[in-house]
Design a protein. Structure first.
Length: 183
């Protein structure tokens, strides 16, 4: 792996300005250990993360579909692999997870609606009216906003991960080594 100017920070190198986040969500993932190079950003990130990751109206499985498809669009192996484990933890099968990488025609209808929304945001930079209507019928008006926010949130993380060649977290790598994803 190429040398990066922004490797994940160790506990010893953790900035005092973000100390309160180290023992929470931020200390547990390499992406946030990289983001800790900018403590003000990491501190500002925390409340948005709480909504997008924990308090959105999509539910765990729909959120994972959106995150996985965002990872696909960004070609982010870190996001893809990280969220294989999270998708499994919320009850998604390997076959369903694998389908998120492929054509929407090969997905379950609800997953295809979510994936089409993600793809629209990447390709046309907006939800097309048919997609927006289908998405609103599936997840409601607040869910439409949560899909857009999730794509934006994970796009930012994906750009950080891809720009700095952030390594997959050891615990995730070990889980995938013990139970490889079978597409």
């Amino acid at each position: 792996m190429p040398q990066t100017p922004f490797p994940p920070l160790s506990d010893a190198d953790w900035p005092e300005a973000a100390r309160a986040l180290r023992d929470g969500f931020a200390g547990g993932l390499n992406v946030y250990r990289v983001m800790a190079h900018h403590p003000a950003l990491l501190n500002a990130w925390a409340p948005l993360r709480a909504h997008v990751v924990v308090d959105n109206v999509l539910g765990k499985q729909f959120s994972e579909v959106v995150i996985l498809r965002t990872g696909v669009n960004l070609a982010s192996s870190y996001e893809w692999n990280q969220h294989i484990v999270r998708a499994r933890a919320c009850g998604m099968s390997d076959a369903r997870i694998a389908s998120i990488r492929g054509a929407t025609a090969d997905m379950a209808a609800d997953d295809a609606t979510l994936a089409t929304a993600v793809d629209d945001l990447f390709t046309t930079k907006r939800l097309t009216p048919p997609t927006r209507n289908a998405l609103a019928a599936l997840v409601g008006s607040q869910g439409v906003f949560d899909v857009i926010a999730t794509v934006g949130f994970y796009s930012t993380l994906g750009y950080i991960l891809n720009s700095f060649d952030t390594p997959l977290d050891d615990d995730i790598a070990m889980q995938l080594a013990a139970n490889p994803h079978a597409p």
